[in-house]
Design a protein around this ligand. Structure first.
Ligand code: SF4
Length: 471
């Protein structure tokens, strides 16, 4: 069954149930390459300092992207796979902020003189767990230690749980410099909300969307999930109709991956309440059909945007980038992340902070950046990272440009991969010749399958239980 196609002038997507049924498998989401499960403890604080030093030696003029992780939440949503701490004790957040500010200062000193920030993202947990005063204090501290690009260049975004903010608070976030706001909704259906322990009245969400519009956020985004307990095509249709009517600039529709062996809260979901694989695909197909008919462009993975949104414009201009927070408009920046479990990407390295508060505080008390593990990329990693990035963002790869940038002949270096790509080409996912690899409309939903061909670690040592399904 082929459901829908977008106008030819924009990236299109086709839902082909037979193909998805045949090829959907467990695989990474490629927010990084190598993926985070390949990081090791052999990489530590000193390796990170070396990576920053290499930027200085090169005289790097790359802008910075900052990420702050605020791990606290009031209550637990059973589907959650984030690194979070459930507590109603606000003192914990006050202590955390003291340490977070010290880490920001350490990083600010390290990047002194080369720290123009063009991108900032606050994620969690729930960033708006912080009070207005705490948020203002945090932002002032950031601006003390980092130089922020002017408002018209910078992309400053925040994840907001509508249950934690008032319309006044939304205005205050805008006043503090945030321009993109992403609201967690997941599903409007009361039964689904009950089954995942996230009771969020529809009127509250609609009010916050309206407040974000009134406050002139440049982009308002809504997160939905398909595959939750008690969901079916009917409930999804009702939620989707309401979301389309609210008219956000971006909509992310995540596939719920039930992995209770990895994420404890998911053990509270009754497996009998989960929709079947077939029902999930029907929901996805419905989402693609309705969103494209409503004029949204498929950005990639789980993301749709209005053609006028910055993400869609960046994709048309080949400037789209992908990192741990999803898609972004600012390529070529070094990512500096602060807070528990946060992942940085600086020069040719990835590094991840410790995951518990105790370990985090202990490192910072010793005046050390709280890095637990990471990886230094070699030439092969860098090459494969570029290829996966291009495929995820642009759905095509210029083989000539890869051969110009790297000392390789594509057909020789990737001979085993090319064989696998030809099999995917026979399935209709892509076309490949000496110059271009282009992903077809029906290959776009299965982009992770195509990227997996280039994943050297995965091919050497598969670890499927850690991953979700590619569609
Ligand atoms: S989904 Fe968001 S609000 Fe819910 S527990 Fe996870 S991080 Fe907290």
């Amino acid at each position: 069954m082929v459901v829908s196609v977008l106008p030819v002038s924009v990236p299109s997507v086709e839902f082909d149930a037979k193909l998805v049924g045949k090829l959907s498998q467990l695989g990474p989401r490629y927010t990084s390459y190598p993926t985070a499960d390949r990081f090791t403890e052999a990489f530590g604080y000193r390796d990170y300092l070396q990576a920053v030093a290499s930027l200085r030696t090169r005289g790097s003029t790359n802008p910075l992207s900052l990420y702050l992780h605020i791990p606290f939440c009031d209550t637990v949503c059973y589907y959650c796979a984030c690194n979070k701490i459930i507590t109603k004790n606000r003192d914990k957040a006050a202590t955390y902020l003291v340490y977070l500010k010290r880490e920001i200062e350490m990083q600010g000193r390290l990047f002194s003189g080369m720290n123009q920030v063009e991108q900032l993202h606050l994620g969690g947990g729930t960033p708006t767990y912080l009070s207005d005063g705490q948020m203002a204090d945090l932002m002032a501290h950031l601006r003390r230690w980092f130089q922020f690009a002017p408002d018209d260049i910078g992309e400053y975004s925040i994840e907001v749980d509508p249950r934690t903010v008032s319309p006044e608070r939304v205005q205050s976030l805008r006043d503090q410099g945030f321009k993109r706001i992403s609201l967690g909704v997941q599903d409007f259906d009361p039964e689904v909300q009950k089954a995942v322990n996230r009771i969020q009245p529809e009127s509250q969400t609609i009010d916050i969307i309206a407040a974000a519009r009134d406050a002139h956020f440049r982009s308002v985004s809504i997160d939905l999930i398909y595959g939750l307990p008690k969901q079916n095509v009917m409930t999804m249709a009702q939620t989707l109709a309401k979301v389309i009517k609210a008219g956000p600039d971006c909509i992310a529709i995540y596939n719920y991956a039930h992995m209770p062996h990895l994420f404890k809260p998911q053990r509270r979901i009754a497996e009998a309440d989960l929709p079947s694989g077939e029902a999930k695909l029907d929901m996805l197909s419905l989402c693609i059909k309705w969103l494209t008919e409503a004029g949204y462009v498929y950005i990639g993975m789980d993301h749709f945007a209005r053609p006028t949104d910055d993400l869609a414009v960046a994709q048309r201009q080949g400037r789209l980038h992908r990192n741990f927070q999803g898609y972004s408009t600012h390529a070529e920046s070094d990512l500096v992340s602060c807070g528990v479990s946060a992942i940085s990407a600086v020069a040719a390295s990835y590094s991840q902070n410790v995951k518990t508060l105790d370990a985090y505080y202990e490192h910072i008390d010793k005046n050390e950046l709280p890095i637990a593990r990471g990886i230094k990329l070699n030439m092969d990693d860098g090459l494969r990272r570029v290829i996966i990035q291009m495929l995820m963002c642009n759905f095509e790869l210029s083989i000539a440009s890869i051969e110009m940038a790297y000392p390789i002949t594509f057909a020789d270096y990737f001979s085993a991969e090319t064989e696998k790509l030809r099999v995917l080409a026979q399935d209709g996912l892509l076309t490949i010749d000496n110059e271009w690899l282009s992903v077809t409309a029906k290959g776009r939903l299965l982009i992770r399958n195509i990227c997996m061909v280039f994943d050297r670690y995965l091919n050497a040592k598969p670890d499927p239980l850690r991953y979700s399904r590619t569609v």
